[in-house]
Design a protein. Structure first.
Length: 582
């Protein structure tokens, strides 16, 4: 009897499979057909239609394949021959700060010192004496004069108001700001920071490098907004992201408050974009303190870490540290000194920038993170900083292999041939910002010279060694082009293909990417950076139903048309979250 049963079971199985195949497929929720589908899947690179059911792709193929899944409640979109692509992914944004920056009204787009002083004069007229005036993230490389304002120039416009011209880790305070804060020639420099002093008199020049802590009473963005108002502002910004085809973003420096905001939006079904959350991490203290802090990131709800915690809507990414300053304000940690001159108000012969974390401390932190399976990234703008970071990654790798963790370098503006080899050996990736090449390439080449800027964002060389993903570092303003750090992904793709700068020239054309490579920066590569390649980045059955329809074929249109690409539909999980109005 046992033998009979053994023979009967396979027959029953064959019948059940045949029955299943004869049954019609379950109706899709969404079908987009009559499209030129670019799947970015090497096994099936093109198709005509895509169908989505329960948030995931169920068919990529011919119009007939997809339309066979049409049911009475299926939404069917005729793409009219337009191009259909995977949803785009920005590897580096700061949504909370960007959203709150204009919650009280639009910010000025200052493009010259003349405009800076005119704006300051207006603020003086409407601000009570003694109250702070802060101009935030106004990078000197982007001004016509390509330099910081001086303390004397700020004093001339605002003699009785404390003023801070803020440009990231470095900025200039006027005399009233220094006086209100009690900053004198005798004030000690803060840890890892510097109050720049006149070489002859010893008096503060107004330039502060990683030293804003000495100022007293500086207001923060959005500090008076309610939680509800912050939610409204963030939702508004995320809708703007959808309009340009973004279906996923990475918040690259999130505290627990930001994570909780995303989770609350998800719970209320108000989240129409997927968020990978890099947890901001303080690297100071003893080994025991660092270990306790890493373990504490998970929080009582266990939703704060480690890397990979979460679901397809809100997922925890790496810990994020700040290793050095920035290239746009003259604080990136370089191998050789920054040139002296007015752009960054450098007066010392041996000034190399700022390193915020001692190398031995960094090694310890990275080791402890690797032991806990945290992915690690660090803001690292200068080539000297990259040397220190890769030393720490190599050290940790000897204790706990890191290749599968995909450690990352954030910005990674100046790699060298040797460091690219080191990245390949360790499996280290990078998130890069093509818009910086467009905005700042000319000034940096003038200040640093041709030899050093040969290695400024060399995308082709990067891809010969490891994976890089495209991001914006969006900080301020909603406008995708005029924002501080433009976040328009089509601009980023165009820059990666052409290496054009805003002022008209081409920087290192040998490092240009193909169009498909540039598109992959914002799709497959970013999915890989965040351990999400099984879910995102290509159009394949089983993956998330995130896709966009655009008005042109970016793989064959005139190259300068790429940056003008318009999105017709943005779909997240099979739901149309943006539709262009005719």
């Amino acid at each position: 009897m046992r033998i009979v049963r053994w023979f009967l079971a396979p027959c029953a199985l064959i019948v059940s499979v045949a029955d299943l195949r004869s049954q019609p497929a379950e109706p899709a929720d969404l079908i987009v057909h009559n499209a030129r589908v670019v799947t970015l899947n090497a096994k099936a690179p093109t198709a005509a239609a895509v169908a989505v059911k329960n948030g995931r792709i169920v068919a990529v193929g011919s119009n007939e394949d997809a339309l066979a899944r049409k049911g009475p409640r299926t939404r069917v979109i005729d793409a009219g021959g337009h191009t259909l692509l995977p949803g785009l992914y920005d590897s580096h944004v700061h949504p909370l700060g960007a959203a709150l920056s204009e919650a009280s009204g639009p910010l000025p787009d200052l493009q010259s010192l003349e405009e800076v002083f005119a704006f300051l004069k207006k603020k003086v007229a409407e601000t009570p004496e003694g109250h702070w005036i802060v101009i935030r993230y106004a990078f000197p490389t982007r001004l016509k004069e390509a330099r910081f304002p001086t303390k004397a120039e700020l004093d001339a416009v605002a003699p009785r108001h404390p003023v801070l011209y803020h440009a990231g880790p470095a900025g200039v305070a006027n005399s009233a700001a220094l006086m209100a804060s009690g900053v004198t020639r005798d004030t000690p420099d803060p840890p890892a920071g510097r109050i720049v002093r006149d070489a002859k008199t010893g008096e503060p020049t107004g330039m502060l490098r990683n030293a804003y802590g000495v100022l007293k009473g500086v207001p923060s963005d959005g500090e008076s907004l309610s939680t509800g108002a912050k939610r409204v502002a963030v939702k508004k910004l995320l809708r703007e992201y959808n309009k340009l085809g973004l279906t996923s973003i990475a918040d690259r420096n999130a505290g627990r408050d930001s994570l909780d905001l995303y989770l609350s939006l998800q719970k209320a079904n108000d989240l129409d974009i997927r968020v990978n959350v890099a947890r901001s991490f303080d690297p100071t203290g003893s080994r025991a303190a660092v270990a306790q802090r890493l373990d504490g990131l998970a929080g009582p709800d266990r939703r704060g870490g480690p890397t990979g915690t979460g679901d397809e809507w809100v997922r925890i990414g790496p810990i994020k540290m700040f290793l050095d300053g920035g290239m746009l304000n003259g604080t990136a940690y370089m191998r050789t000194p920054w040139p002296k001159g007015p752009t960054y108000q450098v007066t010392d012969d041996d000034y190399r920038g700022l390193l915020f974390i001692p190398p031995d401390q960094l090694k310890m932190v990275v080791e402890e993170a690797a032991r806990r399976k945290w992915q690690v990234t660090a803001h690292c703008a200068g080539e000297g900083g990259m040397d220190v970071l890769l030393d720490a990654y190599e050290f940790a790798n000897r204790v706990t292999p890191i290749k599968d963790l995909r450690f990352c370098i954030t910005h990674a503006n100046f790699p060298s041939a040797n460091n690219l080899v080191r990245c390949k050996e360790l499996g280290v990736c990078a998130d890069v910002q093509p818009a910086w090449l467009w905005k700042d390439g000319v000034t940096l080449r003038r200040v640093l010279g041709e030899e050093r800027t040969r290695w400024f964002q060399p995308y082709k060389s990067w891809l010969a060694h490891t994976t890089i993903g495209g991001g914006s570092d969006h900080m301020l303003r909603y406008d995708s082009i005029r924002s501080t750090n433009p976040w328009n992904p089509w601009l980023g793709i165009w820059v990666a293909v052409t290496r054009h700068t805003e002022r008209g020239d081409v920087h290192q054309p040998d490092e240009c990417l193909t169009r498909e490579q540039a598109l992959r920066l914002y799709t497959t590569n970013n999915a890989y950076l965040h351990h999400e390649e099984s879910e995102k980045g290509t159009l394949e059955a089983g993956k998330l139903g995130d896709l966009i329809v655009v008005d042109r074929d970016i793989l064959s249109c005139p190259v300068d048309d790429i940056r003008e690409t318009k999105v017709l539909y943005t779909v997240v999980g099979g739901k149309v979250v943006y539709e262009a109005k005719e």
